[in-house]
Design a protein around this ligand. Structure first.
Ligand SMILES: Nc1nc2c(ncn2[C@@H]2O[C@H](COP(=O)(O)OP(=O)(O)OP(=O)(O)O)[C@@H](O)[C@H]2O)c(=O)[nH]1
Ligand SMILES: [Mg+2]
Ligand SMILES: [Zn+2]
Length: 177
């Protein structure tokens, strides 16, 4: 609003075919910053709610905003305020992102190794040797737990939907393909 700190941000804006994305809760001022960086009021902004200071989801779709007309200017992406974050389950993302840790797990002595205190744990050995950052194992375990929780929720939802259909089985997936 006052322009304070905008210069530091301008120095970090992208060039060419690169983009910079703004993420955050509704009302934190993403569109206001975008406007300050492009130097006009192209993005609508709206006051936060009086009572609780929460935003009103003014921006409703992600929008690609050119930084300037010259060919060197990059792009900004203004986004709607984040309502919730959840895991995207499709396509073995976790397996791909943590392939190195899964490879290590294959080397554990016990197939049901919890990678905690068990003897012959290849994961702990790699951590001990400085080959694997402990935070990576922690992140993986957190994601796996979150995934299990999501699947549980999904199953519960399907059960309810089942009952509403009068106990009839849902159609096989292939019928939708
Ligand atoms: N005082 C003050 N108000 C600000 C600042 N930045 C933004 N605002 C105000 O906060 C309100 C919300 O700003 P927006 O830019 O619309 O917020 P947003 O993050 O784009 O919100 P959504 O589009 O709903 O996700 C507007 O009334 C802005 O004028 C700031 O640095 N200081
Ligand atoms: Mg906005
Ligand atoms: Zn192990």
């Amino acid at each position: 609003m006052t322009g304070e700190g905008i210069e530091a941000l301008t120095r970090r804006t992208p060039q060419g075919n690169r983009t910079l994305t703004f993420l955050g809760a509704s009302g934190v001022g993403k569109s206001t910053i975008v406007n300050a960086l492009v130097g006009n009021q192209r993005q609508a902004t709206f006051e936060v709610r009086e009572g609780d200071q929460r935003g009103r989801h003014t921006t409703v779709a992600a929008e690609l905003v050119p930084l300037d007309d010259s060919t060197t200017g990059g792009w900004l992406i203004d986004t709607p305020g984040v309502r919730a974050l959840s895991l995207w389950l499709s396509g073995n993302g976790i397996e791909r992102a943590f392939a190195d840790v899964f490879d290590l797990m294959d080397g554990c002595r016990f197939r049901d190794c919890k990678h905690d205190q068990e003897p012959g744990c290849a994961v702990q050995a790699a951590i001990g040797a400085g080959d694997l950052a402990p935070v990576r194992l922690y992140a993986l375990e957190k994601l796996i737990a979150e995934e299990a929780e999501l699947e549980e929720e999904q199953r519960a939802r399907e059960k309810v939907a089942d009952r509403r259909r009068g106990g009839k089985k849902p159609p096989e997936k292939s019928e939708f393909q």
